[in-house]
Design a protein around this ligand. Sequence first.
Ligand code: PLP
Length: 238
Amino acid sequence: MAIIGTKLLQLHERIARACAAAQRPVQSVTLLAVSKTFDALAVRCALAAGEHRFGENYVQEGVDKIATLTDERGQLEWHLIGPLQSNKTRVVAEQFDWVHSVDRLKIAQRLSEQRPAHLAPLQVCLQVNISGEASKNGLPPDEVAAVAHAVAALPRLVLRGLMAVPEPAATTQAQRAPHRALRELLQSLRAQGLALDTLSIGMSADLEAAIAEGATIVRVGSAIFGTRPGLSAAAAGS
Ligand SMILES: *Cc1c(COP(=O)(O)O)cnc(C)c1O
């Protein structure tokens, strides 16, 4: 597991190089370590190496890991980055700190109603289907503004920004186009008066392109924890 520490050092160097190339301060990009399919021990190793923010895709897997790591709860920030069905919102509102994958007003309303009063408001992003594939999750870009204004008004949520999982592309130039479109959408929401500070884009395969276009949170899994079980190297983006 010492390899996780080494991979994290290399990844932080990679992020620093991308920030330098984009003339951005390295502190302007936050790493979210995507621990989906990896066990609680892997999270402990990354925590020991200085990471505090972890991303999970599957609600039940995340809830189980949060429970296993209760002893470290105060040190950990848990982000849900995968699809969320309305019958799973309560446990997410009770257990997670962030949700990046809000793609309907109804989900946001339920999360706000179900967020316990003793916890800080849930931090959320709207997921946008920026590449326009029929199969992908996320709001169509032309519906984002209306949903954003409604979500921003909910009492127990803080709308932080936008998230996307663009279609894989081979070159940095091709990777940048959807990231740029998401940044421009965020800028247009800000121009409408919404106080948003988060652009959640960039994974193991495209974080340079995302940082060049203004990513503030990069969500990285395989470059830290290795190829996910059951996935080919290509499918894991490594
Ligand atoms: C798995 C996943 C990631 C991390 O992907 P890697 O290619 O392993 O870095 C980021 N975001 C989402 C939504 C994911 O599902």
